[in-house]
Design a protein around this ligand. Structure first.
Ligand SMILES: O=C(CO)[C@H](O)[C@H](O)COP(=O)(O)O
Length: 225
């Protein structure tokens, strides 16, 4: 098992019968969805919501019962990956472009479990370009406002050059800060720019971080509230 799979297998231990579960997005969340699918096949009774169309499709393939958002008031536990995690449980997310649905899901969750391999742990956020979802209207202007915060903002494309469009019909600007000195302060600044739908800084949302190491061990870190 690689570090991502180890973390995912550990995380599903927190899922109990009757829970509403949030399914994350990405190559680490993939392993968690697989493990949940296995448990459902063995008789675990849960209901789930997904953070992206690919995760929803995977859940369907594995017969994980999905429910509409209109039928729930909160989520018991969400298991999702991250692109960067610092020592204060601040995250950068959105490498897979699903940050808006991921943040809606994390915010609605009683417990957000973040699963990563050791490569995602950082002293300071920002080496990974911060994904910011923006509406297509006047996106060039929104990019200029983003760059005033000290980054280089690049509209995300596919390898064939086509513009990346999110599940919500928006663009992603990857904002290269190099290092983010004060993530909560940057979060506040981002809230004020019109045109931004959501950004990939997750502050105060992660409750537990599970780290899988290549040599086969797993560490669990709990955030004290
Ligand atoms: O935020 C995400 C998708 O929007 C992912 O959780 C993040 O990009 C980590 O992905 P991976 O587990 O593939 O490294």
């Amino acid at each position: 098992m690689n570090g991502k799979q180890l973390a995912a297998e550990k995380a599903v231990e927190w899922i109990e019968d009757g829970m509403v579960v949030g399914l994350g997005t990405g190559s680490t969340a993939y392993w968690a969805i697989q493990a949940i699918g296995r448990k459902v096949a063995e008789g675990l009774s849960i209901r789930a919501v997904a953070t992206s169309i690919p995760s929803e499709e995977l859940a369907r393939e594995l017969n994980i019962p999905l429910i509409p958002w209109s039928e729930i008031t909160s989520i018991d536990v969400t298991i999702d990956g991250a692109d960067e995690v610092d020592g204060d449980y601040h995250l950068v997310k959105g490498g897979g472009g699903a940050l808006l649905r991921e943040k809606i899901t994390a915010y609605a969750s009683k417990c957000m479990i973040v699963i990563v391999d050791e490569n995602k742990l950082v002293k300071q956020l920002g080496a990974f370009g911060l994904p910011v979802e923006v509406v297509p209207f006047a996106w060039e202007m929104t990019a200029k406002h983003l760059e005033k915060l000290g980054c280089k903002a690049i509209r995300r494309s596919h390898s064939d050059g086509g513009v990346f469009i999110t599940d919500n019909g928006n663009y992603i600007m990857d904002c290269h800060f190099g290092s983010i000195q004060d993530a909560p302060e940057l979060e506040q600044k981002l809230q004020h720019i019109p045109g931004i739908v959501e950004h990939g800084l997750f502050i105060g949302l992660a409750d537990r971080v599970i780290i899988g190491y290549e040599h086969g061990t797993v560490k669990v870190r709990e955030r004290s509230s």
